[in-house]
Ligand binder design. Structure first.
Ligand SMILES: NC(=O)c1ccc[n+]([C@@H]2O[C@H](COP(=O)([O-])OP(=O)(O)OC[C@H]3O[C@@H](n4cnc5c(N)ncnc54)[C@H](OP(=O)(O)O)[C@@H]3O)[C@@H](O)[C@H]2O)c1
Length: 316
């Protein structure tokens, strides 16, 4: 099975995605960057795509381009703010009422290195809350719909930044001292730990759900926006953004690992895909921060996420 993911990257593009007719895919953060490219590519192969987005206006604009790419059912927008558990529950309820199965969930949305210490509606650090806790909660609430699919796949998007991540166990919401890049790296390590633990629990429970992770290397997207910085730091951030975006691969290339992870058959559970040269290139199997292999940390993060969100999966 593992042989289906290349160790040495081959030219693999969105054209190589198999036919997705009859499948339903939910993509978080589908209005911008990698999420938008993912939604377009899935819709182009015939999937019914539900674009889970927090901003109505941005979502409406993105819906046009995903609709233009679609060859199957019309894509739809699903209002979702991962930084607000009430919104997460509302989105999940909406899907429940809508009925049907979810074959593919791409946990893609994210924020990076926010300059001020912003909190979510529930009081969590915005990066931990959005990137990890929001997705932990959303996936858990979508579980009944996922398990209605014959072989559901959950893809969680991490980052090269996860290499520098440690979970700040005494203070995961950075209440004492907020260090924005450490907070980002923590959230991206949490994505990997979550993905691994979800896969283990799904298998132990005898389900057919597969959980895998992917990262996009360095890709030109809105993630590098100045995030509302002011004065000199805003100028420096804009310069840094221009530099990064000029060095980065396109968002279409960056989306390939998550698309491969979401759509190729026989992907082994807990696989991790990224660009061949870590920051750029075609998808292949890739390495992760050794901490991301820790069963102990994954279990502890799961318990912490349960306690903070109040959402429990139906598995021990
Ligand atoms: N670009 C890279 O080089 C890079 C590298 C490593 C990892 N990543 C990861 O790739 C993923 C996608 O990022 P991107 O590069 O495509 O950046 P992006 O263009 O900024 O897209 C991020 C998406 O997440 C959405 N989002 C942010 N907060 C949200 C919330 N509270 N609720 C719902 N949606 C929310 C954004 O919505 P708005 O448009 O409304 O803000 C946007 O649609 C992220 O998880 C990021 O950490 C990216």
């Amino acid at each position: 099975m593992a042989a289906s993911i290349p160790l040495v990257a081959r030219r693999w593009s969105a054209d190589d995605i198999p036919d997705l007719t009859g499948k339903t895919a939910v993509v978080t953060g589908a209005n911008s960057g990698l999420g938008l490219r993912t939604a377009e590519a899935l819709a182009a192969k015939g999937a019914q795509v539900l674009m889970a987005c927090r901003n109505e206006l941005k979502a409406a604009a993105a819906l046009e381009s995903v609709s233009a790419a679609a060859t199957g059912p019309k894509p739809e927008v699903l209002p979702l703010d991962l930084a607000d558990l009430t919104s997460v529950r509302r989105a999940a309820d909406h899907l429940d009422v809508r009925g049907g199965a979810i074959d593919i969930l791409v946990n893609n949305a994210g924020v990076m290195a926010l300059p001020g210490h912003i909190r979510t509606a529930d009081g969590f650090d915005a990066q931990f809350g959005t990137n990890h806790l929001g997705h932990y909660a959303f996936t858990g609430l979508l579980l009944p719909a996922l398990l209605r699919a014959p072989s559901p796949r959950v893809v969680t998007v991490s980052s090269v930044a996860a290499w520098g991540g440690v979970i700040n166990w005494p203070d995961p919401n950075w209440r004492v001292l907020y260090i924005r890049w450490l907070a980002y790296s923590q959230s991206k390590l949490a994505n990997l730990l979550f993905s691994a633990e979800l896969d283990r629990r799904a298998r132990a429970a005898g389900t057919t759900l597969t959980s895998v992770a992917a990262h996009p290397g360095l890709s030109a997207t809105n993630l590098y926006d100045s995030n509302g910085e002011k004065g000199l730091t805003a100028t420096l951030a804009a310069l840094q953004q221009r530099l990064i975006v000029s060095l980065a691969q396109s968002d279409r290339m960056g989306a390939l690992p998550q698309l491969y992870a979401a759509t190729m058959p026989a992907i082994p559970g807990n696989a991790y895909l990224g660009p061949a040269f870590e920051t750029f290139g075609y998808p292949r199997r890739t390495l992760r921060n050794p901490l991301a292999y820790s069963r102990l940390q994954a279990r502890a993060l799961w318990r912490l996420s349960e306690n903070l969100t109040g959402i429990e999966y139906p598995w021990p």
